[in-house]
Write a protein that binds this ligand. Sequence first.
Ligand code: FAD
Ligand code: NAP
Length: 339
Amino acid sequence: MSLQVLPGVSLKPFNTFGVDVQARLFAEAHSDADVREALAYAAEHAVPLLVIGGGSNLLLTADIQSLVLRMATRGIRILSDDGSKVVIEAEAGEPWHPFVQQTLARGLSGLENLSLIPGTVGAAPMQNIGAYGVEIKDVFAGLTALDRHTGELRDFTLAECNFAYRDSLFKQEPGRWLILRVRFLLDRAAHLHLEYGPVRQRLTEQGIDHPTATDVSQAICSIRNEKLPDPAVLGNAGSFFKNPLVSAALVARLKGEYPDLVAYAQPDGQMKLAAGWLIERAGWKGFRDADAGVHKLQALVLVNYGNATGLQLLNLAQRIQKDISDRFHVDLEMEPNRY
Ligand code: FAD
Ligand code: NAP
């Protein structure tokens, strides 16, 4: 018996919004055996089990009447290496950004655009994390998950994960799959994605014409550090809303009224609107109500100035949703997982 189950633990240090709610029970998993023990404990005591990683995509609106299991498993290993392509596997509890840094230090390219995203490796497939034109589906080589319904292990291929924009099978079947380890197909030769937003511009400013994957990672870190609040300083969960996918007809109508509307064409003919632009245009940027606010530099990010509750943050999000719907006829979907 290695699992330590603690009663009545504050989750404030375990969610990047810094919301202070209590977990009825709390434990950390350092091995697959701990995970199985936690599942057995939850079944025996008839409490639900909530798995978390870094808590960077959570909105906790009340005390959690569950056994909260924080994934803290560690381990990174190369599974295959043909001299050009490498399959690397990491345990679910590995912190994401240090893992990305480790792949770059080993001369492997593929994850550089996903630098500085908080959280863990195990949570990354949940919403198919993405940034600067790359999503993990682009470098995904498989994962192993525990089916909480049957207790069996299952290996997933790329096609089986149903990855989509900030979405996956694991998100679509909440509470079923506990991701234990994830595999990535990386490359010794860099195939860089520089077309997105300010990445190329930042490299040019730095006098870098022929960047390496590490140069791209550093450029993205510097852009992100300028724009996004550090959760250690100001509580937040990154983008609070997904960028909405809408019809080209709606974009054409909106452009009539708002010629500077930001919209990107998608391969399926839909258009992706920049939710941050809509929220900023509606006047919410920098808004603050008690300790719940909209970030001063990035309107897509809700922030906790100290003692905001999850319900206050949710209330602010719902006010923004209603306003955006009234003004632009666009429905914003919240991105963080709510409990
Ligand atoms: P948590 O918040 O702990 O959990 C998220 C969900 O996954 C929960 O439903 C939880 O139950 C489930 N879960 C966690 N671990 C497991 C597991 N092992 N098995 C099964 N289910 C699990 N996201 C992006 O996509 N792109 C970005 O660029 C980005 N930038 C961000 C910047 C900031 C400043 C912040 C605060 C967040 C950002 N995010 C971004 C959101 C977030 O960092 C990612 O979604 C991240 O993958 C969440 O990881 P986590 O370990 O913190 O997950
Ligand atoms: P940005 O560069 O100001 O761009 C605004 C939005 O427009 C982005 O959200 C992005 O959508 C979209 N966009 C920009 N250039 C695009 C292009 N060339 N093609 C298609 N879409 C484009 O965005 P930002 O807020 O500073 O974030 C930069 C990147 O980090 C984005 O990819 C963003 O998703 C990611 N990020 C995510 C989170 C999160 O919590 N999910 C938090 C911070 C940053 P996409 O979001 O679809 O890429």
